[in-house]
Design a protein around this ligand. Structure first.
Ligand code: PMP
Length: 344
């Protein structure tokens, strides 16, 4: 006889339905009420689980993916981890083409999750046959029954958030949300979520967060890609040097730019003050909120929802390393606190 066991059938059932958590400390000096949708609670520790499962299951519905098929993507980050995790559970092969700029930690993490990783030279143009875009495209063409996720140019990216993140936030706030603020990389999170929210209430203000060194804000304002805006920056996952078609620029009311340094400090502040261990772009979105507060964007009745896209554990050798912070000039080496050592 089968007993009633309260278990999930597998990890995939835990994707989405992440908590909305009131920010009590980091937002205390600000005007209004602030809530974070904490995407680190997804089983793959980021919002990218949502797009990976949505795109993969859509390909299954269309009969493109079958057991043993191959899923290909160009990423060393969160999307790669999510695809690798889902591939294990569903029985697919996962190939990830990454840039030689990716840290060994990230490559090891993806390989730990069974992904086959191709490391491609970082300093070649996107149309060079050795670039990770071209390698992924070639592998896709050569591998029968494979799919290429192509998150920057895949309309199903925003669609995933339209069907999950948007309705969840609307329900969790009982429709009382006034502002939605999110970092924009592919633009999938902000575009899909905002589309759902604005359909419920067109008055909701939608604000995107961009990095200094990225083209998104300027493109939003002028409709032109300005190469002068492009220079290297540290924050990963936010901003871009090209215009992703996954972004619906029309639905975004405004973009705010943030610096590497302030975003890093704000991420550390969130972890230490709220106890929510967050990634670099969670610092970026909260830094944008602080800047908007200074500009008088909010009042006492504002209910502001921000997205914290991923978990802090992915940034141990970056923003959570005092030495890294000092190496970037974000931190005075005098401030580095060594842990207490007990002699034995
Ligand atoms: N933060 C992190 C850590 C990310 O990996 C990404 C995805 N590139 C984003 C924010 C931005 O999300 P989206 O791609 O949906 O715009």
């Amino acid at each position: 006889m089968e007993h009633k066991i309260n278990a999930y059938n597998n990890l995939l059932e835990l994707i989405g339905n992440t908590p909305l958590i009131k920010l009590n400390k980091v937002a205390a000096p600000l005007t209004g009420n602030f809530y974070a949708k904490v995407e680190g609670f997804n089983p793959g520790h980021s919002a990218k689980d949502r797009i990976a499962i949505h795109i993969i299951e859509e390909a299954e519905r269309r009969g493109i993916l079958k057991k043993g098929s191959t899923i290909i993507e160009t990423t060393s980050g969160n999307t790669g981890f999510s695809i690798a995790m889902i591939s294990i559970i569903k029985g697919y092969d996962c190939i990830l083409a990454v840039s030689s700029k990716s840290s060994q930690d990230k490559i090891d993490m993806l390989r730990s999750m069974g992904a086959k990783v191709y490391v491609c030279p970082a300093h070649v143009s996107a149309d060079d046959p050795r670039s990770y875009y071209e390698v992924a495209k070639r592998l896709h063409e050569e591998t029968e029954g494979s799919i290429y996720i192509n998150q920057y140019f895949n309309e199903l990216n925003a669609d995933a958030h339209y069907h999950s993140t948007g309705p969840e936030i609307w329900d969790q706030t009982n429709g009382h949300i006034t502002h939605f603020i999110a970092c924009s990389g592919t633009g999938g999170t902000i575009s899909g979520t905002a589309k759902y929210l604005k359909e419920q209430n067109p008055e909701i203000r939608v604000i995107g967060v961009d990095a200094y060194g990225s083209v998104l804000k300027k493109y939003h304002e002028t409709g032109e890609l300005d190469n002068n805006e492009i220079y290297p920056y540290r924050i990963e996952g936010l901003g871009k040097n090209l215009i992703p078609t996954a972004t619906n620029f029309k639905i975004i009311d405004e973009f705010v730019k943030v610096t590497d340094e302030e975003s890093a400090h704000t991420a550390r502040e969130i972890s230490r003050s709220e106890g929510i261990f967050v990634g670099y772009t969670s610092g970026a979105v909260m830094q944008a909120v602080k800047q908007l507060n200074e500009l008088g964007e909010f009042d006492e009745n504002s209910n502001v929802v921000v997205i914290f896209p991923d978990h802090g554990s992915r940034y141990m050798s970056k923003i959570y390393s005092d030495q890294w912070m000092a190496d970037q000039g974000f931190f005075d080496t005098k401030n580095i606190e060594e842990p207490q050592k007990i002699e034995f």
